[in-house]
Design a protein around this ligand. Structure first.
Ligand code: 4AD
Ligand code: MG
Length: 444
């Protein structure tokens, strides 16, 4: 570790400065902890102080007789979220949260906190989101965002192991990838630019250069829909492979989802428990995932009384009902041309369809992945750009990819927040990103 060893921080003869997460190495020893006062209660003789340091929470017990009157009164009157430093003996205690307790010999306030706006009483989501910068200190956001961190890391390791090159896509783009209705436009010197909706087109260039590539970064959509699944800024993972067809993309997606789910089950057991997530639902995830065509999906929906017109995309409720018929994520493939983007490859068996695929998560989390095979035919691509009312000049570089050694290629995009939302069992995706952006939230 780059960090100095815990024990080096104490100075000669002084107790080592350690973290709550490493207390199991110090049972019976005297240590110092630096953190914040999560909560406290006291009587005239004894104070119970929960210290939070970002790695965990530990109960510190301060007896008036052990720390002296002055320190005891400081501890007793310390306000919530004050920065504090304590010294004490580590004692194993299976009943204590985290399994340890600290019997204090010293307590200091590093910086006293003003009255903390987030109390023990329950607050509405809008209040909590207005205080997101402080809410991050609470247990629930902490657990969710630790899972997000694991997911990001597990995704990168998965693609690294599979031989993919990380190729970052630009944020400023000259053209729309996913339709013109959700573009964020911005001035770009004497011209206009759009915030990227997807790095896919750039990954297609990358796949022709590196064979297997992926990007993983923020993407933007001016979504006016106020649903539990929509953000205006979200992170997307986008792998792209040359010499690969629709089946290759589907297989990659199911293996990646399974692998990352297992890493989270393994590394974030305590976080999942805090979130009261039903682990058995995640433990059941293994390839192959069921695959149905769009037409089959329409039949299932009709049976359940949800009529979708052929050619329309599914709404959130349709996706929920569809996914309820399966206990694993389900792939819906072979979509009507009009429901999908301009770059999709036409189905060679029936040109009313394209080789697109969506992955719907169980339990109402909806579409977590969208992708498929891209057209490798120049004339067809030019026709589609025109049919979608897009400016050919902005796509000249993209059509070049079909002029210079065009091959079958495929890939997909996975929304990180929706995936994390499903793993955590959160109702709304806004909880799965540190500082969410939606149609009515730009603060903090
Ligand atoms: O289905 P989408 O629009 O596909 C694409 O953008 C492709 N170009 C990706 C590719 O093939 N490389 O978006 C992909 C995923 C969705 O399945 C969903 O998980 C997520 O991105 N997503 C959103 N997540 C949160 N808020 C939004 N507004 C989202 N829009 C899409
Ligand atoms: Mg989609």
């Amino acid at each position: 570790m780059l960090h100095r060893k815990d024990s080096d921080l104490g100075g000669a003869g002084e107790p080592p400065v350690v973290t709550v997460g490493s207390l199991d190495r110090y049972d019976g020893k005297v240590v110092r902890l630096r953190g914040w006062l999560y909560q406290g209660r006291s009587s005239g003789k004894i104070a119970f102080l929960m210290l939070r340091d970002g790695t965990g929470i530990v109960q510190c017990v301060a007896g008036r007789a052990d720390v002296g009157d002055e320190m005891f009164d400081t501890a007793r009157h310390a306000t919530r979220e004050s920065a504090i430093e304590v010294t004490g003996a580590v004692k194993k205690d299976d009943r204590a949260p985290g399994g340890f307790e600290l019997l204090l010999s010293a307590f200091d306030v590093v910086s006293a906190a003003a009255e903390f706006p987030i109390g023990k009483k329950s607050h509405g989501t809008s209040f909590l989101m207005d205080h997101r910068h402080l809410w991050l200190r609470s247990k629930r956001p902490h657990a969710i965002l630790r899972i997000r961190s694991t997911v990001s890391l597990a995704i990168r390791s998965f693609f690294d192991r599979e031989g993919f090159t990380l190729l970052d896509a630009p944020i400023f783009t000259p053209a729309a990838c996913e339709g013109t209705s959700t573009l964020f436009e911005t001035d770009y010197f004497d011209t206009k630019a759009y915030l990227t909706q997807s790095g896919q087109l750039y990954m297609e260039a990358g796949a022709m250069a590196f064979r297997k590539v992926y990007c993983f970064g923020p993407t933007f959509r001016a979504e006016k829909s106020k649903t539990r699944r929509h953000l205006t800024e979200f992170w997307m993972l986008e792998p792209e492979m040359a010499y690969a067809d629709l089946d290759d993309a589907v297989e990659l997606a199911e293996h990646m989802v399974t692998d990352v789910t297992r890493v989270v089950l393994d590394r974030n057991a305590a976080d999942l428990e805090l979130l009261e997530r039903d682990r058995s639902k995640l433990e059941a995830i293994a390839p192959p995932f069921p695959r149905i065509t769009y037409d089959e999906a329409l039949a299932i929906l009709a049976e359940k009384g949800m009529a979708v017109k052929w050619g329309d995309d599914f709404g959130g409720d349709d996706e929920t009902v569809l996914a309820e018929s399966f206990d694993k994520p389900v792939f819906v493939w072979k979509w009507p041309k009009e429901a999908k983007a301009f770059y999709m490859k036409s189905d060679p068996d029936d040109d009313r369809y394209v080789l697109g695929v969506d992955l719907l998560a169980p339990e109402g989390y909806g579409e977590i992945i969208g992708g498929g095979e891209r057209t490798d035919d120049l004339a067809y691509l030019e026709k589609q750009i025109d049919a979608h009312g897009l400016e050919p000049e902005s796509f000249a570089w993209y059509t070049d990819l079909r002029r210079y050694g065009s091959v079958p290629h495929s890939g997909f995009g996975m929304g990180l927040e929706r995936f994390v939302g499903w793993l955590c069992g959160t109702h709304h995706v806004r909880e799965t990103i540190p500082f969410p952006r939606t149609i009515n939230r730009l603060y903090p």
